[in-house]
Design a protein around this ligand. Sequence first.
Ligand code: ATP
Ligand code: MG
Length: 484
Amino acid sequence: MNQSYPSWLKQRAELTPGRLAIKTDEVDLTFWELYQRVQLQIKQLVALNVKKGEHVGVLMKNSVEMIESIHAIFSIGAVAVLLNNRLTRKEIAWQLSDVQAKHLICHEEFLFQVDEEINVIIVEKLHKKSSLETDYLMEGYKTDQVATIMYTSGTTGHPKGVMQTFGNHWSSSIGSALNLGINSDDRWLLSVPLFHISGLSILFRSVIYGIGIVLFERFNAEKMNRAIMEDGVTIVSVVTTMLNQMLDKLGNEKYPETFRCMLAGGGPVPRGVLEKAIERKIPVFQTYGMTETASQIVTLSPEYSIKKLGSAGKPLFSCQMKIMKDGEDCSAYQEGEILVKGPNITKGYWKRDEATQKAFTEGWFHTGDQGYIDEDGFLFVLDRRSDLIISGGENVYPAEIENVLLSHQAVVDAGVIGIDDEKWGQVPYAFIVSNRTISHDQLLMYCQNNLARYKVPKGITFLDELPRNASNKLLRRKLKEFLK
Ligand code: ATP
Ligand code: MG
């Protein structure tokens, strides 16, 4: 059923007007103050012709203005298309045209020549006074209404616009709350990009739960530790490398006892990092999710982090998962594709009916990731299905070989792909970036000591840098171009 919600920001501002909504280095805003500022921006955008149903590109950096813009777009009933500000102009132009954006709201520093039909709005130049006298009647939301479109990072091919509905964001927020709980004095530190689902989902949790965001323009380990110590931060979202740096900077200090959750996404946290966190009594919740699931869908609670080392955990309350291979459900430990189901999952890709149809089987979403579930129901993510190497009938996961290579002191970055082989069909081949002299043979010997024979790379090429996309994800498909 297509139920409706009141505007989340308006409702929040009326329910708990005096609570902190956003804290930055410059300002502290309550929900009431945020609501007032969004009201002003709505009037400005309406005066600039932004209308219900239109697609509005948002090309901004983490900031109060970015949060205001997103709420303002929702309140007009338009759709916010979150653009990654690290992409090249060509990539951004492609996304704007693919999504048929009518407007682009940007920070001046990201301004570039776009198609004439697109109305460019520079946020710094919005007039402080608006032309509308009375408050704008904020639109409510429908469960099935598209709130945001976010392009996948394109790790496996051309990016696709994922349509995330208000219902998806609502379910994602509630699912997370049922797992982590809510305290009225919670504060969530947001330093991951708001144009990614990891950052955007914190904005929704803030208005839905009535908790404050401590907002960072970008990641800074030392400043983040300080915010946890001094600004009442209770939850932080990170990826592994961020957590690692924060622990390094923390030294022997400890976070206050009120700090209750380090939410780590994007990949499993290695044992060494977990042990350091445990020593300092930092509860690390590992999560698995993607743009299509509007944030986390599977989470591992800290009490299992060592017992189930490498696992991504169990599904959120309203979600389900299973593993399938060749159209059949898999039993415990059997490897196959991870499928997920739940109210937080996208209704499909913008203008990609075929891709949407292919992505779903009877309501189950094909994640494109390979994994298995153990006898206790814990998920282990192995790798992307499209990167799987099948060598002599054995499954070989590039991520496993990369992790072994990365554990060598001379290796700073590693990428593995499958290459054709007459005898085995495919064999793994490695590309590495090293910071000191090491021979090809020494590294192969290291692999032989740490990996089964069929997983040892057939060869290694040394590169200055590995191809990564704007989200810093390794582009294994591009590595093929470096083969001699
Ligand atoms: P594209 O779909 O265009 O290739 P993408 O999948 O890289 O882009 P995202 O939605 O940002 O874009 O990333 C989600 C992916 O990140 C997951 O499908 C999975 O491959 C990986 N991932 C996320 N969390 C984990 C985790 N805990 N363990 C392993 N891999 C993870
Ligand atoms: Mg993906």
